[in-house]
Structures are given as structure tokens and as C-alpha cells.
Design a protein around this ligand. Sequence first.
Ligand code: SF4
Ligand code: SF4
Length: 435
Amino acid sequence: MKLLAKQTKEELIEKLSIAKEPIVIYGAGVCGQVLLLACKGAGIQVESFCDNNIKKKGKSLNGLEIIHTNDIENRHPEAIFLISAADIKDIKNHLVDYGYSESNLHPGGLILKDFDYSEFRNHYEPYNNEDKDKGFVEFAIASTIECHDGYLDPKKLFMRSVDIVVTEKCTMKCVDCSNLMQFFEKPENYEIDEMSKAIELLCLYSDQIFEFRIIGGEPFVNKNVHNVIERLISEPKVKRIVIYTNGNVIPRENQIECLRHKKVLMNITDYSRSGEKSEDKYTKKLSRFVRTTDKLEQLCIDNKIDYRRHPPENWTDCGRIENFNRTVEENQRVYDECGCKNLTTLSKNELHRCPFSAQITRLGVCDEKEDYVDLTEHTDPIANRKAIKSLLEDKVTLKACDFCPGRALHDPQIIPAKQIKMPLPYKRNIEATNS
Ligand code: SF4
Ligand code: SF4
């Protein structure tokens, strides 16, 4: 039976409960933990977790070992996988590359469906000890269920996630910002009408977009950001809206109502402790943000806004622009290993595979038309739909990858949020690399 084959929840539970092979839950996050609870309740014995995050390697979660993806084949060559992460397509491809048969890969979302996880809080082990959240667990579980459903229906043009940058301005200047804000010398807020038009076109051509991620810069620096949020709330094809904020800007009074909507989650990265050990005076100053971040969290609690507050996570050396001049094969490897190639990004009327591609196009580093879809290019909706499907399903690399250090999940972690005073001159950076 293939992953894509139709099976009911009952059929899957029956198959797994009598399986002789070890059962491994792929994804040692919140959904993995809920899935483990559901398996225990259904009489399915789980052997271990598997995850591609190097920081989790060898740790234990809910009493089970977390095996890193690179080691799983040696440890459990016959494993049956229950995928708990929302990114089911990427994980399936990854495991098939490791030599696992597709018939041994199963969507955990099927088992999570209708599972009563009210007891889960008693078992929950958050990723960071400092994590605080309200509504995040529910959000993550709904993501997995809906993304697995969407993926299993091949006729649908289903998009798991779309980033929309609402501003290039930020209250911080991180030298390694993965969204490349450090290179914008004259940062701007983006126009609401332009973003609304792009959202309208994308929704017209797709069947469902599970999540829109509102990013910047700092989204609340754009005083009209609520108009984009409201536009997305009113769009039935969009199921969730996540706002990525650095916690330094308190939303205005007129913005709070839309944040209370059940589709919306605030993802607050708390940078206030990131400068504690730094010698550098700009980075040290990050501690001044603690009061604003506390105030923002309190605002979420008082207004019943779903949120997650957490320290910066998983920073890698990916915030650089260089002309790497790799071979086609090398760029394919960078793309294959990249954990961000499905962070589809809407920029002007262009749909890009990842934020890096969108940002270097904005910066004028390159403009590779085959890397993105111009949503205004065809008047025929079928042609546009076809172009989007091809962008999502047929790409094996991007021209943009040749300018990108890559974003593999096994890349070494770097110190997050080191601050600089001035924007970086990216052109000189490329010239220096070439010389
Ligand atoms: S807080 Fe730092 S990482 Fe986040 S958008 Fe601003 S500059 Fe980039
Ligand atoms: S440019 Fe390529 S390697 Fe870089 S984030 Fe995008 S897909 Fe990944």
C-alpha cells in the first residue's frame, strides 16, 4: 500500500498494531508527542522518534530516543514511519531517498484526526524550556491534519505555506537575518493594494493555502499590516495566518481585533536574552527589549490572542549573498538538502519557491524568471494554475541557489541575532567573492 493510497484511520491502526517491524514517529515536535499518545491509546507500540534537527539527536522525548535522520537507516532499516510533521511531501521524498519503501510511510494526520488530546498538557515537553504558548498545540495539530489531507488529494492545488513580506524595515539589524533584511539600504514598507492584489490572484488559482506567514522585517512596523491580516481572514481558502514578530513593537489599538481571530497566531521570538554574553555593544542592547516583549505577551493573554513566545531557534549561516559558482549537481544537492524550499513566498505579483529567491530578486542581485511564477503573466486561469503546480512539483533546483549558502537542517547552528549598525553592501560582497 502506498502512502498516497486511500486508507481509513481504522485500517491504518489495525495494520500498525499488528506490525512486526519497528514503528518510528517522524518528527519529534508537538505533533509527534500527541501522535505518540494517540498510538498508545490505540495499542500501537512505537519504537522511537526520528528527526532531522541535529539539536535533537540522541535526546529523549516522552521516554523514547530521538534518532537523527542520518542514523535511522542503520538503526532501523525495516522501520514503518508515521509522519507527524506538516511537511509530509518533503519527508516522504527524504525517506524514499534513504531507501524506505513508500508503502512503509504513513500520514500521522490520519491518526490525529478526531483524537481527543485534552490530556496532552500533562505529557507535553516543549522544545525550549523558556517556551510559552496559548493555542499553539491546537494550531500545530490542525496544521498536520489539514496538510496531510491536502497532500493526499492529488487533484487539489494545495499549498502548505506562503510567506508574505510586509516590510523591509526592522527594529533590529541582525547580521545573519535569513530574510536578508541586513542588505536593504533604504528599507520600505510594502503597499497594501499591491499585496492584496497578489493575494487575490494566488487564491484565485489555488484550491487551498493552509498557512500565510506574515514576515518582515518587523511586520508591525508597517502600520497598515492589519489590512493584510484582514484580507487573509476574509479569504476562505486560507486556513491560518501566522505573524512572525520580534516582540519589539506593540500593535496599535485598531490592530488588536484582527489578531483575536481564530485563524491568527502570533509567533513571538524573544531576543531579549540574545545579547547577554555578547561583548558587542549593539547586541548587548537587545536586553532592553524585554519589557516590550513581556508587554506584548500580556496583550496576547488579555485579548485571548493565540501565541507562542520562544527564544530564537535553529539559526544557521544562511544570511549571506555570494556568487558560489557551483556546478548544476552541486546546486541540486544544496536544493535537495534545503529545509526552506517549500517556504513559498509571494513578492509583488511573483510566487517564489523560497524567501531567499524573492529577496534577491527584490534586491536586484538577479532576476531569474524561471525561478518564479508571475501571477499576471497569463490571463487564462488554467495556464496560471499549471505554472504554479509546476513551480511546486517539478523544480529540482533554482538559479537563486547559486547565490545562497543553503539551509540544510543539519547545518551547524550559529549565535543568533548578532547586531550591526549599518546595512551590508551586498554588491561589494559579491564582487569581493568573485575577485
Ligand atoms: S529581527 Fe533580525 S532576523 Fe528578524 S527580521 Fe529583523 S533583522 Fe531579520
Ligand atoms: S535559494 Fe535554494 S538553497 Fe537557498 S533557501 Fe532557496 S531553495 Fe533553499
